[in-house]
Design a protein around this ligand. Structure first.
Ligand SMILES: [Zn+2]
Length: 171
């Protein structure tokens, strides 16, 4: 008989994204294990993108932080001076991440600052953009000749060169 599974410990990282991290679409929540406090879901539903998110919402787990973790977050935020700048949802996010050992995804400076104070892992959602960085190829508008470097004009026909994303090229 093996030991019982401990969800969240052996299944890779668990992420706790804030509302804007989800709404910007910069993170791929469909391929990540995400847990958020219910306040984040409420904020998303209030927003313009509320309806668009429905098919993605079902993959997000929802939990609400226990009071003892909220107390820890509140006193850490008071120490760093970030308390006035944190919403209740921000506090919930930090408390959930603290409780489950999750990684916060947020570009909010106050949220990152308190997370850092509590030694919670966090990342900005800007960092995730790098993963989908496009590399470009160059193609002649006239004859369709392709180049690896950007040229002023086509070596074959002299037309202008335009760029195209290499990742989308079908070979
Ligand atoms: Zn050409």
């Amino acid at each position: 008989m093996g030991l019982p599974d401990k969800p969240g410990k052996d299944q890779g990282p668990v992420y706790v994204p804030d509302t804007s991290a989800i709404l910007t679409g910069k993170i791929d929540i469909l391929s990540m294990k995400c847990i958020v406090p219910s306040g984040v879901i409420k904020e998303i539903r209030k927003g313009k993108m509320g309806r668009l998110m429905d098919h993605e919402m079902c993959v997000i787990q929802i939990t609400d932080p226990k009071n003892k973790f909220l107390d820890v977050v509140r006193s850490a935020a008071r120490e760093t001076g970030d308390l006035p700048y944190l919403s209740q949802t921000d506090m919930d996010i930090i408390a959930v991440a603290l409780e489950i050992g999750g990684i916060i995804i947020s570009d909010d400076y106050s949220l990152q600052n308190v997370s850092s104070k509590l030694k919670i892992e966090f990342q900005g959602c800007g960092l995730e953009c790098i993963k989908s960085r496009i590399s470009w190829g160059y193609v002649c508008k006239g004859c369709g000749a392709k180049y690896e470097e950007k040229l002023e004009s086509c070596r074959i026909c002299g037309h202008k060169i335009t760029r195209y994303p290499l990742n989308e090229e079908k070979r």
